[in-house]
Write a protein that binds this ligand. Structure first.
Ligand code: C2E
Ligand code: CA
Ligand code: CA
Ligand code: CA
Length: 277
C-alpha cells in the first residue's frame, strides 16, 4: 500500500489496462493480417443522379479475420495510432490504381476515391506514394480521388492548403468527407482546391422525417454549388430520399439503394452491367 503502488494502480486503472491490452492485441493481429493478406479493398459505386449511371466509386477497407469481417471503424484507429496506416495506405493506393487501370483498359474511366486518414495526410511520403503508383500503372491522375475528412481539412489550415495544392497540381481529385459533422470555416473552404463535398450519412438517414436535417442537406448542396464544387450524398437507402435529393439538385449518390460496397470482381461486374447500353 505504498504511495508508489497506489499511483501505479491509479495510472493503470483496470479498464485502461484492458483497453490498452486490447489495442495491443489488435495491433499484433493487424500486423499478421497484413502479412497474411487478410485485408481486402471493396468498392462502392457512386451514381450520377441525372443519368443514373456510375460515375465513380469509393474504396473501403475490409479485414477478413477468420470467420469474422472486422469493421474499419474498429481497426482504422488502431492502424492510425500504431503507424501501420502508412503501410496499409500504400497498399490501398496500389490496389485502387490497379483497379482503376483495369477498368480504363476495358474502356471505362471510373475515378476511384481513397480515404486518407489524418496521420497519412500528414505523412511526408503520401505525395510520392501516390505519384509513383500513378506512374507505375500509367494511370491518369484524374482517376484517383482523395477523401479527407472535414476535421483533417480544418486542422492547421495553412499546411493543409499547401498539401492540397500539390495534389491539385498533380491532377488528383479532392473531396471533403463527412461534411457537416465538424466545424468548417467557410472562408478556408473557399480557398481549398477541393472538387467535392460529401454530405455525411447522418444527415441523410432521417432527412425526410427531420426538417432540420433536410434544411442542412439543402444548405450543403447550395454551398457546394456556390463554390463550384460537386456534392455527393452518402448513405442513400430509399427511393423517396433519391427523389428529394434530385429535387434539391444534388449531383451524386452513394448508398445501399444502388449498391453496397462490393469485392473487386462483383464491382467490375456492376460496372459492366450498368454501363452496357
Ligand atoms: P466513410 O468514409 O464515411 O465511408 C462511408 C461508410 O458508409 C462506409 O462504411 C459505407 O459502407 C457506409 N455506407 C455507404 N452507404 C451506406 C448506406 O446506404 N447505409 C449504411 N448504413 N451505410 C452505408 P464502412 O465501409 O464500414 O467504413 C466506415 C469508415 O471507416 C469510413 O467512413 C472511413 O472513415 C473508414 N474507412 C473505411 N475504409 C477506409 C480506408 O481505406 N482508409 C481509411 N483511412 N479509412 C477507411
Ligand atoms: Ca469516405
Ligand atoms: Ca463519409
Ligand atoms: Ca461517415
Amino acid at each position: 500500500e505504498a504511495t508508489v503502488s497506489n499511483q501505479t494502480i491509479v495510472h493503470y486503472h483496470p479498464d485502461m489496462l484492458d483497453h490498452r491490452q486490447q489495442r495491443l492485441t489488435m495491433e499484433a493481429q493487424l500486423r499478421k493480417a497484413i502479412a497474411n493478406y487478410e485485408l481486402r479493398l471493396y468498392f462502392q459505386p457512386q451514381m450520377d443522379i441525372a443519368t443514373g449511371k456510375i460515375i465513380g466509386a469509393e474504396a473501403l477497407l475490409r479485414w477478413q479475420h477468420g470467420e469474422n469481417m472486422v469493421s474499419p471503424v474498429e481497426f482504422i484507429p488502431v492502424a492510425e495510432q500504431s503507424g501501420l496506416i502508412i503501410e496499409i495506405g500504400e497498399w490501398i493506393i496500389e490496389q485502387a490504381c490497379r483497379v482503376a487501370k483495369n477498368l480504363l483498359d476495358a474502356g471505362q474511366a471510373i475515378p476511384i476515391a481513397i480515404n486518407i486518414s489524418a496521420r497519412q495526410f500528414q505523412h511526408p511520403e503520401l505525395y510520392q506514394q501516390i505519384e509513383r503508383a500513378l506512374q507505375r500503372h500509367q494511370l491518369p491522375a484524374e482517376l484517383i480521388e482523395l477523401e479527407i475528412t472535414e476535421s483533417v481539412a480544418m486542422h492547421q489550415q495553412d499546411e493543409v492548403l499547401a498539401v492540397l495544392n500539390r495534389f491539385k497540381a498533380l491532377g488528383v481529385g479532392l473531396s471533403i468527407d463527412d461534411f457537416g459533422t465538424g466545424y468548417s470555416s467557410l472562408a478556408y473552404l473557399r480557398q481549398f482546391p477541393v472538387n467535392k463535398l460529401k454530405i455525411d450519412r447522418s444527415f441523410i438517414v432521417e432527412m425526410l422525417e427531420q426538417s432540420e436535417d433536410e434544411a442542412l442537406v439543402n444548405t450543403i448542396i447550395g454551398i457546394s454549388h456556390h463554390l463550384q464544387m460537386k456534392v455527393v450524398a452518402e448513405g442513400v437507402e430509399t427511393e423517396p430520399q433519391l427523389a428529394r435529393l434530385k429535387e434539391m439538385g444534388c449531383d451524386t449518390l452513394q448508398g445501399y439503394l444502388y449498391s453496397r460496397p462490393l469485392p473487386e470482381s462483383d464491382f467490375n461486374q456492376f460496372v459492366k452491367a450498368t454501363t452496357a447500353s
